[in-house]
Design a binder for this molecule. Sequence first.
Ligand code: NDP
Length: 284
Amino acid sequence: MPKHIAFIGLGAMGFPMAKRLCQAGFHLDIVLHRHRQPVEELVGMGATLVDSVATACRNADVIISILPSDKEMAEVLLNADVRGSVRPGTILLEMTSGTPNMMAKVEDVYVDLGCHVLDAPVSGGTIGAANGSLTVMAGGNQEIIDKLSSIFDVLAKQVFTVGQVGDGKAIKAINQMLAGVHMVAASEAIRLAQHLHIDMERLKDVVAASSGASWMFLNKIDTVLARNFEPGFKLDLMKKDIRIALDEGKQIPLPITGLVHELYQLMSSQNGDEDFSVISTLAP
Ligand code: NDP
């Protein structure tokens, strides 16, 4: 059973996931990037702060990475020192919502190094990360997925085996195009309800029992009405995910997705670091 984890990416998702793994008895090696607070808290829970990702990877049975995007995946995982430090047999559990293309590049490099690679983006948000109820979309070898069951038991409620390495990233992008479109649709519905002076609690009850219901409407209406846009999931990350879906589908028409991407793009420079539900305040 893997015990020693190099955990890279201690953000809104990675930090609560790393905390759960520490609490479950895994030994984590972590690195400081910009923010000290998650590092200090994890060290207080028994994690070891090391000087570089390469050092973290040197002793790891499993490397877990959950970084913002392709750019950071390349910077971290394709870095020459990191590549020089991983041992054959190490498992890379790559959980970033990146592109299938970047995942394929990373897979090629790590397979050449004698490592096993799982492509495993997640859904469930920061609440799912904190309470261990994430959905994992795992692309890769079932034997490797099974070897990581003790880690998945701590992090996830459901682990779907979705195909080859890269298929996890593709399915995550499809989920995100739906989530991004649903958030815009929910925003317009809430705006119309306000305009019509509808009782919001009644609206929630009715929609929850009707055909217009969506996870996004039911779960985001309260924070949208309270104008609480603490991330959560940053608008810029949603914009990135919808872009991945559009790029993967560039040979087919995806007009609604394209329009919704433009709306997120409009808000990106001012509101990119706020929760993506801030799209509800857009007045184009
Ligand atoms: P954040 O921006 O909150 O966190 C990113 C983390 O990566 C930060 O800890 C950052 O460190 C670290 N990081 C960035 N560059 C480096 C580097 N070169 N070396 C080491 N660490 C680095 O993102 P999230 O946690 O929200 O998202 C992570 C991934 O998960 C994204 O792909 C996102 O799309 C996906 N996701 C997010 C969800 C959410 O609800 N937030 C839900 C499901 C998936 P520092 O802050 O110190 O710069």
